[in-house]
Write a new protein. Structure first.
Ligand code: PPS
Length: 568
């Protein structure tokens, strides 16, 4: 495919002078504080990465994209780019009104004229766009549990790019990349999309792709949002930089893409193709299970391994970029080289290390062979992912008041401090309510806020390599799940259900609160007049009746040991 890409692509920014004026005027507009994902989307809307979109989708475009992968005018566009907001915010907005879009520090990045406001059918969006309304899919989970319930749509006027302080020299807008390709005389460019560190298999795949397409190579990693649990982009970019010298400098370059991925497999591949086309590329690599979200709640793959290639192929002409498709690359031992799995001779010994296996080796400090990766990459990965026994983690006790949470948590803290090695912090229900949540009561809203605060502090401790022990009642499963997700970005989350029955807690009634609750003197008392969602799959369930505290704490230690979190 010959490049039509040597001209600039339309952006949504106004000129510098107009931007200054608009920014001053926008100070008086109703403001929406953008989420991290919306900031990523807005950046690519404004700089032309999402061309031909001119703003967040209108209701008509949204319905058409969800149903047919096309905008209402028939243009191919596979992903709903929507501005989700709360009901309270949506109610404040009149159709036709301009609003200011601000980043998380309050800087005004753009204005939007709201032309549409609607409440989407999220189950339908999930089923049509992601293939199933199953919260095991990260984007479906985001849709139901993070995104606001109302969507606003309308054209965007760009004032300034989101500010990035990291790797500034490696970030390029579509037009900057186009200009670079023009300057270098690169008429054919094959893009490689990635959200993982580059190992030898990727290097071989990209070499082959460039050769096959007779094109220059753009390594185009995503640094916006990827799959929860992925290696953070700081580490990844350091890894990419460590292997760049393995590539011929005259025909390879790297640029970072601030995209928020949805892990939507086939639809995502088409979307990625359109984005790369906008960035001036002529070819795009689609490998096995492109942008795959992993397994669904039944343990099966969401998409077939080559569904993305099939859908891309079907729409290739319309996307305007040529696919370079690859089977999975495997290491053929006898030939000491990587080859696509379908080209390997029968009977040859092939070696492969899956992503899961790599994570296991890193977390257990095991060897990562030279045939698999580059020493410099492994060194970077080991620095940011020390073995599990050196990583931070959170033990989260939950159970009724008086179930024994605090006592067991205290015993566990002492035992962990005796072992040494990592700082230990106890976030007990009562301590937190005194120091962090003194203004809160026991309504659902206040309890959720209380647990989220605990979760936030625990996630910071976990991120920084410490041990957080939390011991609130935490009666709601959805809130516990949200805390788990926040913490699991940084380390392990061990939910311990202290399963003392309500009858036993009431019999013990250590603080005399059950008596008061029965008399109606304390309202909304968990287990008496307020709900408690029993954890379905905690890492550990502790029965405390006739079991000593020391033994309960020891059971937690054994669990931590079996998970590799404390050295055996
Ligand atoms: S929550 O639901 O997780 O926010 O609760 P938490 O912060 O752990 O606070 C629970 C402690 O507050 C006392 N208390 C009550 N508990 C439950 N319901 C009501 N209405 C209530 N009012 C006061 C109670 O002593 C809890 O202490 P623990 O340590 O759990 O026994």
């Amino acid at each position: 495919m010959q490049t039509p890409n040597l001209v600039p692509i339309p952006e949504l920014y106004v000129s510098y002078d107009s931007a200054q004026k608009l920014k001053a005027e926008a100070g008086d507009l109703v403001s929406h504080d953008l989420t991290q994902r919306q900031i990523c989307d807005l950046e690519l809307l404004m700089n032309g990465g999402f061309n031909p979109l001119k703003g967040f989708l209108s209701e008509e475009d949204y319905n058409s994209v969800v149903d047919n992968m096309r905008l209402a005018d028939g243009t191919l566009w596979p992903m709903p780019i929507t501005l989700d907001v709360s009901e309270e915010f949506a109610e404040k907005i009149e159709i036709g009104q301009d609003i200011a879009l601000r980043d998380q520090e309050g800087v005004i990045l753009a204005t939007m004229t709201v032309t549409d406001r609607w409440t989407p059918d999220k189950a339908r969006e999930a089923a049509k766009v992601y293939g199933a309304d199953d919260s095991a899919h990260p984007a479906v989970n985001y849709l139901h549990n993070t995104a606001g319930p109302v969507y606003l749509g309308g054209p965007v006027t760009g004032i300034q790019q989101p500010i990035h302080y990291d790797f500034r020299g490696r970030r390029d807008t579509p037009n900057e990349l186009r200009a670079l390709f023009r300057k270098l005389g690169w008429r054919r460019v094959v893009a490689f999309q990635t959200r993982n560190p580059l190992h030898r298999a990727h290097q071989e795949l990209t070499f082959r792709a460039a050769k096959e397409a007779q094109a220059n190579l753009l390594i185009h990693p995503v640094v916006g949002m990827t799959k929860p649990g992925d290696i953070d982009h700081f580490t990844r970019v350091r890894c990419y930089e460590a292997v760049l010298d393995q590539y011929p400098a005259a025909t390879t370059t790297m640029s970072l893409l601030n995209l928020a991925m949805r892990m939507a497999g086939p639809r995502e591949a088409v979307w990625h193709g359109l984005i790369r086309k906008n960035h001036g590329c002529t070819h795009f690599i689609v490998g096995r299970d492109h942008a795959g979200p992993g397994k669904n709640s039944k343990g099966e793959d969401f998409y077939g391994p080559y569904d993305a290639q099939d859908l891309f192929r079907k729409h290739q002409d319309e996307i305007g970029i040529e696919m370079v498709d690859f089977k999975q690359m495997v290491f053929v031992q006898d030939r000491a080289q990587y080859e696509p799995a379908d080209e390997v001779e029968d009977g040859a010994t092939v070696l492969n290390i899956s992503g899961t296996e790599l994570r296991r080796r890193l977390s257990e400090g095991l060897e990562i062979p030279d045939w698999f990766s580059f020493p410099a990459v492994v060194e970077e990965l080991r620095k940011s992912k020390p073995p599990r026994s050196n990583q931070g983690f959170t033990v989260f006790f939950t159970g009724f008041s008086g179930s024994g949470k605090s006592t067991i948590a205290n015993a566990l803290m002492v035992k962990l401090m005796e072992m040494g090695g990592r700082p230990v912090t106890l976030l007990d229900g009562d301590i937190v309510r005194k120091n962090l949540s003194s203004e809160l009561g026991f309504s659902k809203e206040h309890r959720d806020l209380n647990i989220r605060r605990i979760g936030y502090v625990a996630s910071e401790i976990t991120k920084n390599g410490g041990i957080a022990i939390c011991a609130p009642i935490a009666p709601y499963a959805t809130t516990r799940r949200a805390v788990r997700e926040e913490i699991e970005q940084f380390g392990a989350f061990i939910e311990v259900h202290v399963a003392t029955s309500i009858e036993e807690c009431e019999r013990r009634d250590r603080k005399g609160l059950y008596k008061l609750a029965r008399e109606g003197k304390i309202k909304e008392f968990t287990g008496i007049s307020d709900p408690y969602d029993v954890p379905k799959n905690p890492e550990l369930r502790l029965e405390t009746e006739n079991v000593e505290v020391d033994n309960c704490a020891h059971q937690v230690l054994l669990k931590l040991e079996s998970m590799g979190l404390i050295a055996a």
